[in-house]
Structures are given as structure tokens and as C-alpha cells.
Design a protein. Structure first.
Length: 293
């Protein structure tokens, strides 16, 4: 499924988790990118950010506007796959399979608090380690060397990187070659949700696409521009473009017969349609698709 020329995997959260675990069992690592509306906007308009994400193994829609847009153009993703939910549910699955996790980022104390919260919830979870680098660490070779040493020596199976975008994507791209059998996820503010330092929006707001309102009320100065000035206009453009794509395709190929769409084969379950997930790590997540529109 493509939005603005960016390719997404049309999978459920459960399918994504199962794929990660299966790849770990096979000795293969990867990188999950959970694109929200702001990520998609920057990936479309910023070539440098598009380049950062080009090597991602699994790209999922973390944002209801993206889910709505996919439905409008009749190439629906089955559901939103939120990085915040993955942090919990992938950790639960990792605990059941004896896989270890590493928590990187957040403000001082956040990673340790999140690790404690995850262990309390999933007693069998193996936390390989936590690390909170100092501000501006990425510009200091000594600190980057220290970070690399800490992560590599603990040899985790799964690494949650909570440094904000695009910093977390830069760090993942730089470090993942040192742990090629691990799975890396950029999870933004998620560790603060896990630790309880920041309260997440109620479930009904998450499902109705109003989580951004809750976040805006918590951090209006930091998030005001992202949501109000950049986000809303891009959301309108995205939805309008998806509606037009639906009309264009219907005009070109004939009427589409179902609301769920027949053209989005990747929306099927992986066991019915194996091509919905990458079979092995690649130099690019999708070899035959453009990175940006």
C-alpha cells in the first residue's frame, strides 16, 4: 500500500509481532518504522529523512489519518499499528519467547523506570539493559562509542530507541549494523508512556484519531506547530489526494466493487498472502517502490 509514494506494509499489530519473532528465530534482524502523520509529511518533503528510513524492513501506519487515507483510496491497511502499543505487546511476546529487550533514550531515569514497569507487567521479560545518553551525545565521538559499546555488549534481541524523530532513525541506522540479528524500533515518546511519566490518551481518543488533541493539551508549546500548522493542512492534502486516487483508479480501471477494496492484496493475512511481509532483510524495505512522491 502506498501513500504519497511511500510504501507501507498492510499488516495487523499481531502479524507484525509474529513476523519479528519468526525472523529472530531465523537469526535475522530488522528495523520497524512506525510512521505517523508527521513522519509521512517529513518523508514526503524532506529527502534526508526519506533517506534515513529507506532501509527499514517493516513500515507500518501509526496514525489514524494514514488508516483513513488508505481506506479512501481503497487500499486499506487493516489497522493502526502504534509504536506505543508495540512497546507493550512486543515485550509481552518477547517475554513469552525468552527474548531480551534494550531500552534506549528518554529523559534521565525514563528508560530505567520503563524497564521496571515492563518487568512488573511481564515478570519473565529479560531486560538486557537501559541507557539514557546525554543531550547532544550524537555529536561527540566518545559518547557515541560508549553508546555503541553498551548496546553491543548486552546483545539484546529487540532495541527500543526513544530519542525522537529524526534522531532515533539516525542512531538506528548507525548502530544496527553492529547488531545485525537484533530488531530495532524507533518509539518516540513511548517509554514515557510505559513509565507513567506522561499519561497516554484514553483508548477512545486513540481509536477515533483524537490522540493528537490529548498530546497537544499536554505539550502545547512543543507540539503546537507540528499539529496545527504542519499537521492539519497535510492531513487535508493527504485525505483529498487519497480520495482523488480512488476516483482516478475507478475511472481508469472501472468501478471498485467493495468498500474494503480488492486491489490491496497485501491487506490479507500473511499466511494467505506471504508477500505482505518481507521474507528477509533487504538493503531497502521495498526494492520496486519510490521512497517519496
Amino acid at each position: 500500500m502506498r501513500l504519497h509514494g511511500v510504501q507501507f506494509h498492510a499488516v495487523t499489530e499481531k502479524q507484525a509481532i509474529q513476523h519479528i519473532l519468526d525472523e529472530l528465530d531465523a537469526g535475522r534482524g530488522g528495523w520497524v518504522v512506525t510512521h505517523n502523520l508527521d513522519h509521512l509529511r517529513r518523508r514526503v518533503r524532506d529527502r534526508s529523512f526519506a533517506g534515513l528510513c529507506a532501509d527499514a524492513t517493516l513500515v507500518v501506519a501509526d496514525g489514524m489519518p494514514l488508516v483513513w487515507a488508505s481506506r479512501l483510496q481503497h487500499t486499506p491497511v487493516p489497522e493502526r499499528v502504534a509504536g506505543s502499543n508495540l512497546t507493550f505487546n512486543l515485550s509481552a511476546a518477547a517475554a513469552a519467547r525468552g527474548r531480551s529487550v534494550f531500552l534506549l533514550g528518554g529523559v534521565p531515569g525514563t528508560a530505567k523506570a520503563a524497564a521496571a514497569a515492563l518487568r512488573a507487567r511481564y515478570p519473565k521479560l529479560v531486560v538486557a539493559g537501559t541507557y539514557c545518553p546525554s543531550m547532544g551525545f550524537e555529536a561527540t565521538p566518545e559518547q557515541m562509542c560508549r553508546l555503541r559499546t553498551v548496546v553491543v555488549e548486552t546483545a539484546p534481541d529487540i532495541v527500543y530507541v526513544a530519542l525522537g524523530s529524526p534522531k532515533q532513525e539516525r542512531i538506528i541506522r548507525e548502530l544496527r549494523t553492529d547488531l545485525p540479528k537484533a530488531w530495532w524500533l524507533g518509539v518516540g515518546i513511548s517509554l514515557s508512556f510505559v513509565s507513567g511519566q506522561i499519561k497516554r490518551a484514553p483508548t477512545w481518543m486513540q481509536r477515533s484519531g483524537l490522540e493528537w488533541v490529548h498530546r497537544l493539551s499536554q505539550e502545547p508549546q512543543r507540539l503546537g506547530r507540528r499539529y496545527l500548522i504542519d499537521g492539519i493542512p497535510f492531513a487535508i492534502q493527504l485525505l483529498a489526494g487519497s480520495a482523488w486516487e480512488r476516483v482516478r483508479r475507478a475511472w481508469q480501471d472501472g468501478p471498485i466493487t467493495t468498500g474494503r477494496g480488492q486491489e490491496n492484496r497485501s491487506a490479507d493475512l500473511p499466511d494467505e498472502q506471504p508477500s505482505s511481509l518481507p521474507e528477509k532483510p533487504q538493503t531497502g524495505a521495498f526494492d520496486d517502490s519510490p521512497r517519496t512522491s
